[in-house]
Design a protein around this ligand. Structure first.
Ligand code: PGA
Length: 250
């Protein structure tokens, strides 16, 4: 059985007080859960977030990680640093990292390989831009993103990977892919995994949808067969909205 997951990507939001407040609010709402619940606060607050969520069902993950093990990389954070504070999962390849920090497939593959080597679980994000969809190139673009990264990994490492399909045109825009568009792409992604690895791996990998998921549209998207949950941005900053989205996937 595949895992159901709802993950909140807080991006560059929330200072220390806001981080503590939101975690406490979430803890009082989420008393018991059958699905995996994840939050990704900013680097400075990961340790306190780990401590605050210790006896809860919430896992704290990082939004990014560097592609080197250690050394002279000013301003960067390594896998071993994260692991040393109890963070064992990281996002890699978010579209904002790709767009604003020029992270390309080559760099993302390096990050993936290092994460796999160090047994860090990865939520790997990818998705097409609006122009790709308008020119009906979205399947080709997504396939290429996978081919250059995830599909190059060793079969044995795939069980430590969660996929997050996030069409760039739907992120932070209020515009969501329809549940049919999400299902169609998720099925396509699962087929790519199956062709490259095997059916069992394809059936076991969780594929999340991200892009303007909110309480009002979450249930419709999550009920699709190949959608295993969501990566939530804006709506994850509000405890009751995030909780309602979790409920929609439970
Ligand atoms: P959004 O962000 O829910 O605000 O569209 C999703 C994401 O970037 O992961």
């Amino acid at each position: 059985m595949r895992k159901k997951i709802v993950a909140g990507n807080w991006k560059m939001n929330n200072d220390l007080d806001q981080t503590i407040k939101l975690i406490n609010e979430l803890k009082s709402l989420i008393t018991d859960s059958k699905i995996e619940i994840i939050i990704a606060p900013s680097f400075p607050f990961l340790k306190i977030a780990v401590d605050l969520t210790k006896d809860s069902n919430i896992e704290v993950v990082s939004q990014n990680v560097n592609d080197n093990s250690n050394g002279a990389f000013t301003g960067e954070v390594s896998i071993s640093m994260l692991k040393s504070i109890g963070v064992n999962t990281t996002l890699i390849g978010h579209s904002e990292r790709r767009a604003y920090y020029h992270e390309n497939d080559e760099l993302l593959l390096k990050k993936l390989n290092l994460a796999v080597e160090n047994k860090m679980r990865v939520i790997f994000c990818f998705g097409e831009e609006l122009s790709d969809r308008k020119s009906e190139m979205h399947f080709d673009v997504v396939k290429n993103q996978l081919k250059n990264t995830i599909l190059k990994l060793d079969e044995s490492s795939i069980n430590n990977i969660v996929l997050a399909y996030e069409p760039v045109w739907a992120i932070g825009t209020g515009e969501t892919a329809t549940s049919e568009q999400a299902q169609e792409m998720h099925q396509f992604i699962r087929n790519c995994i199956s062709e490259n690895f095997n059916e069992e791996i394809a059936n076991n990998i969780a594929i999340l949808y991200g892009g303007s998921v909110k309480p009002a549209n979450a249930a419709e998207i999550f009920e699709k067969k190949d959608v295993d949950g969501g990566l939530i941005g804006g709506a994850a900053l509000n405890a009751s909205d995030f909780f309602n989205i979790i409920q929609a996937n439970s």
